[in-house]
Design a protein around this ligand. Structure first.
Ligand code: G3P
Ligand code: MG
Length: 346
């Protein structure tokens, strides 16, 4: 008797649940894909016993490049196409502030990349620390611009420029110089560099694209992140000015970020799969209890859909410790996470 191999079940798109993935520590570490991530992408795109494809989005606190460029990187790392329509990074929701500010200081990231992001968002006049140092080299006594930085930086007319807001889009590569420049702005009169306010309440607001104090890289121990710079700056401001500094952080665990993610997920389900009904459950897979799990659990309290937090052991969270914000489920890695979610929905 010849048995024909069972043909795989016809592929169906699951419309009643969805997946959302953190990136660093879940899919990627130090620029390399975590081994199980490549298999997980195949599993959620139909290579599973149920023959289902599950819509998903990516929600990272990382940044420093355009969403387009980040998606190209991720497509290569995961060996699966990732589109900007399913991708949110730390500064993505900050594009909505183009309506409010025209001249902004953008801090962090490599070279001109964050200026390119801000200009692509529509900010009319984007100033970088490199521009300020090129214009007044004595701004930072111990930092000299490289030839490349000098070439790409712009000379500013300090008499006319007014910094309306400060954005920290990505991790600073020069904590001393960047904090000096940020303090100069915060202590200025109406954002005019070189001036000092008597009351220190006339400077521009400062926004951080996230508040991760640590994050997961190729190093076996977590590395300091943007939240650490924020804490450092607040301590410096207190020491120099003698007042508390008010700062605003975007990214996870902020509710606004999860609301933004809910809208993007619905748009992505509609555009890519023709699904116009909301998912009943979104499984969020993260590695950092303080951002991923906290944000998912707190948003679940107010969201119409169920947000189900899954914590993996491949990133910031360390096996054997008690997570400060308890997830619904702890698994070893992203493959076990997606398998658990899909099995649970059957
Ligand atoms: O700089 C990014 C890092 O803080 C965490 O990124 O992908 O784990 O949210 P992610
Ligand atoms: Mg992470």
């Amino acid at each position: 008797q010849v048995t024909t191999p069972l043909s795989p079940p016809p592929m169906t798109i699951s419309d009643d649940f969805a997946l959302a993935f953190d990136i660093d520590g879940v899919l990627i570490r130090g620029g390399q894909a975590i081994p199980e991530a490549v298999e997980a992408m195949k599993y959620i795109n139909g290579e599973n016993p149920y023959g289902i494809k599950v819509p998903y989005i990516f929600l990272t606190n990382g940044g420093g490049k355009t969403e387009q460029e980040r998606c190209q990187d991720l497509s290569r790392q995961l060996e699966y196409e990732v589109c900007p329509g399913q991708f949110i990074c730390g500064h993505t929701p900050m594009r909505e502030m183009v309506e409010r500010y025209k001249t902004v200081l953008v801090v962090g990231g490599e070279g001109e990349k964050c200026r390119i992001v801000a200009e692509e968002y529509g900010f009319e006049n984007v100033v970088t620390p490199g521009d300020i140092i090129k214009t007044r080299h004595d701004t930072t006594p111990f930092r000299k611009l490289t030839d490349e930085e000098f070439k790409n930086s712009r000379v500013l007319d300090l008499d006319s420029i007014r910094i309306e807001a400060i954005f920290v889009f990505a991790d600073s590569r020069d904590w001393a110089g960047d904090q000096q420049i940020i303090l100069d702005c915060l202590m200025s009169k109406d954002g005019q560099l070189g001036t000092r306010s008597e009351t220190y309440d006339e400077g521009p607001p400062i926004y951080f694209s996230h508040n991760d104090v640590v994050w997961s890289t190729s190093h076996e121990h977590s590395r300091l992140g943007m939240g650490a710079l924020r804490a450092s700056l607040e301590a410096l401001y207190k020491a120099v000015v003698g007042k508390e500094l008010k700062t605003v952080a975007f990214g996870k665990p902020q509710v606004g970020t999860f609301q933004f993610a809910t809208r993007l997920l619905q748009q992505w389900r509609s555009d890519s799969h023709g699904i116009d009904t909301p998912p009943s459950t979104i499984y969020f897979v993260g590695d950092t209890p303080e951002s991923d799990i906290r944000g998912t659990n707190e948003f679940n309290e107010i969201s119409e859909n169920e947000w189900y937090s899954i914590l993996v052991r491949t990133g910031v969270y360390q096996e054997g410790t008690i997570p400060r914000f308890p997830p619904k489920k702890i698994v070893n890695n992203i493959y076990d996470a997606v398998k658990f979610a899909i099995d649970r929905e059957q």
